[in-house]
Design a protein around this ligand. Structure first.
Ligand code: TYD
Length: 133
């Protein structure tokens, strides 16, 4: 069975009066070893990012601020939508999912990635992606 995307409910430690801390730990609440962390910010809300898939890379994405909406599509064309609207939620994205991403103005996307950056791991052509059935 191939892997599927899912929401990871991360623990919020704290209280509304003191504030919160949330923790990501590899092979504990994150289902892989983390080789790379990156973040994106200041994305205008009329911009759609993503529009690619990865051959090998797995990711967990967290909206540490704002709201981030995902449409994920597998190589059979099955689409699933996810909304990250809280910093205690993570979205696990397996390899071979085409993603489209929309951001609220104030969104900061934090990505925990299973591999170092490698442009050769990207599939940026949608027809090629669907051809990989
Ligand atoms: P990309 O993954 O295409 O971002 P998005 O899907 O959000 O549009 O990356 C955008 C650019 O940044 C692209 O030129 C590759 C570069 N980049 C790196 O150099 N290193 C990285 O770790 C990442 C994620 C991107």
């Amino acid at each position: 069975m191939s892997k599927k995307p899912y929401i990871i409910n991360l623990k919020s430690i704290g209280s509304s009066s003191l504030g919160y801390i949330t923790v990501a730990e590899q092979k504990k609440n994150i289902p892989f070893e983390i080789k790379r962390v990156y973040w994106t910010y200041f994305t205008p809300n009329d911009v759609e990012r993503g529009n690619h898939a990865h051959k090998k890379l797995e990711q967990v994405i967290i909206a540490v601020s704002g709201i981030i909406k995902f449409t994920l599509e597998d190589s059979s064309g099955n689409k699933t939508k996810f909304v990250l609207d809280s910093p205690d939620k993570g979205l696990y994205i397996p390899n071979m999912y085409w993603r489209k991403i929309k951001f609220s103005h104030n969104a900061v996307l934090l990505c925990l990635a299973s591999e170092f950056y490698d442009e050769n791991d990207y599939i940026r052509n949608y027809a090629n992606f669907l051809g990989k059935l």
